[in-house]
Ligand binder design. Structure first.
Ligand code: AHR
Length: 529
């Protein structure tokens, strides 16, 4: 006779043995603050947060290259071989791991051979995407590689699929990376560079569903197959080939590419921009109200589900997790500053951008398994810039300071975190008040936290499991106004300050995270006996 186990017993046993052990120790209601559990057990395998997540993007757009990085050898602005010294020195302080160039939309109309050789012989070109300005091609391949060497950063070169030929892309890679005396190798040497450069990352087009050729994904997949065949590795150079990916939530693009050429690519990109209102009327970079603040917080947080869906598609076609996801353009996008050329995409950068950047970087960290690169759009004078320049003046933006505070996460081991937080309400909507990420490296613990709420300071109890932290130090970025920003006249309105209101508790760390702020904590970490 079959023995029957009463159903209620099954439920009780499953609750005891299955549900309870994985249920966090959070209370049902958070009445007195938020709680963050960090799994810091020494033996738990973890993902490394690729340093390339803290990458940059520099396009021939507005004053990013010309005026931003490049002033030319004859300029009175201090420079090394034409590249601004102040900008290079400032960027070096954030340890830039990679820089993507020459676009963006510009990449698919750039013909690299026009940007090499004696400057006076380089033909002028019309930058049709961005303001229809004429560029003299004085900043080309050699100047970009020089910039990378001055910064100590790796090169990510985006090739032209939209209006370029297979031969042109093949030649470019050979020109940059082949050591021997072929036509391309000799041409490079004749232009003053004996040794080949290393080019670790090569993009096969950009936004080919839009400015990069208005293609269907099936058509682009065929082109990717063809172009990538001729993008070869020479002289010990190891290339990661990046397929031009989707814009935001275009999951069909990702699906088709993974299905048709997933096995051929090393990586695929995705772009994600935060626009507070509509593309037609985005909203100002400063002088905005709480509705725009809330919208930026909400859309920054929505990056997470968007990435989850792209990653779920990739997981289906690539369960071995071989193909990397590169968010090679991301950032906030507002109306251009009044009085500036609209096509130059010049915008100010405020505390709001800092909190948004903190959220986005936390999200990239959390997807470290699949996301191996992210490139902020853009480095100087364009969109969510790190740096703004005007003539010989330079100012560091709040977003720059977040990159400086967050650089501790580069190549660190991601720690599993579980955050239970209270909401920030605005009108009918609500978003999480706190957002966090944690990592460890070389005996140090790093925790980065953003508070989206414009007013309310949030108490936070951090429980550290498997380890103890000591000598905890904090830094904070915050200001009185939601749109506080740095100007050339007032460059230090917003910069990181010491944050000492942090206490050690029996279980970990206790603090109150001020409203509208970014906090980064660091401490020594000792494995618990
Ligand atoms: O970053 C500005 C532009 O945004 C890039 O050129 C393009 O790829 C994207 O649409």
């Amino acid at each position: 006779m079959k023995s029957r186990i009463p159903i209620f017993l099954v439920c009780v046993l499953s609750y005891l043995f299955v549900v309870l052990p994985v249920t966090p120790v959070f209370p049902q209601e958070l009445t007195d603050g938020s709680r963050l559990v960090i799994e810091a057990y020494p033996d738990t395998p973890s993902e490394k947060i690729s340093r390339h997540i803290y990458g940059h993007f520099a396009e021939h757009l507005g004053r990013c290259i010309y005026g931003g990085f490049w002033v030319g050898e004859g300029s009175e602005i201090p420079n090394v071989r034409g590249i601004r010294t102040d900008v290079v020195e400032a960027l070096k302080k954030v340890s830039p791991p990679v820089i993507r160039w020459p676009g963006g939309c510009f990449a698919d109309e750039y013909h690299w051979k026009e940007g090499i050789g004696p400057k006076e012989e380089r033909p002028p070109m019309l930058n049709t995407h961005w303001g229809r300005v004429v560029e003299d091609n004085s900043f080309g391949t050699h100047e970009f590689m020089d910039l990378c060497e001055q910064l100590g950063t790796e090169a990510y070169v985006a090739g032209n699929v939209g209006s370029g030929t297979v031969e042109e892309m093949q030649d470019w890679v050979e020109y940059m990376t082949y050591a021997g005396d072929t036509e391309m190798g000799l041409l490079r040497k004749a232009n003053g560079r004996e040794d080949p450069w290393k080019v670790p990352f090569m993009g096969i087009g950009n936004e080919n569903w839009g400015c990069g050729g208005q293609m269907e994904p099936e058509f682009y997949a065929e082109l990717f197959r063809r172009y990538s065949t001729y993008v070869r590795e020479y002289s010990g150079n190891q290339l990661t080939e990046i397929a031009g990916g989707a814009g935001s939530d275009d999951y069909r693009w990702t699906e088709v590419l993974m299905r048709d050429v997933g096995r051929r690519m090393d990586a695929m990109s995705v772009h994600y921009y935060v626009v507070p209102n509509t593309w037609q009327k985005k909203g100002p970079a400063t002088g905005f109200g709480e509705a725009d603040w809330f919208s930026v917080m909400r859309k920054s947080l929505e990056l997470d589900p968007v990435l989850q869906r792209h990653i779920a598609i990739m997981d289906r076609y690539d369960p071995e997790n071989r193909v990397q996801l590169m968010v090679d353009e991301w950032g906030t996008w507002y109306d251009a500053e009044p009085g500036s050329t609209p096509g130059f995409l010049y915008q100010q950068n405020s505390l709001r951008d800092a909190v948004s950047a903190a959220i986005m970087l936390n999200i990239f960290n959390s997807h470290a398994r699949r996301v191996k690169m992210a490139n902020l759009a853009q480095t100087v004078n364009v969109l969510q810039a790190m740096i703004l320049t005007e003539g010989d003046k330079m100012v560091l933006t709040p977003t720059y300071h977040v990159f400086e505070m967050y650089k501790v996460h580069q190549d660190a081991d991601l720690l599993t975190t579980r955050l239970q937080t209270r909401p920030y309400h605005f009108e009918e909507g609500k978003v999480d008040r706190l957002h966090a990420s944690a990592s460890r490296k070389d005996g140090k613990l790093y925790i980065s936290i953003a508070n989206t709420d414009p007013r309310i300071a949030e108490p936070l109890e951090i429980e550290l499991r498997g380890a103890r932290a000591s000598n905890i130090q904090g830094r904070i970025l915050t200001a009185d106004q939601l749109d506080t920003h740095n100007t050339f006249e007032n460059p230090d309105q917003l910069k990181p300050q010491r944050f000492s209101s942090v206490e050690r508790t029996d279980r970990g760390i206790s603090l109150t995270v001020p409203g509208r702020s970014v906090v980064v904590l660091q401490g020594e970490i000792v494995d618990a006996p």
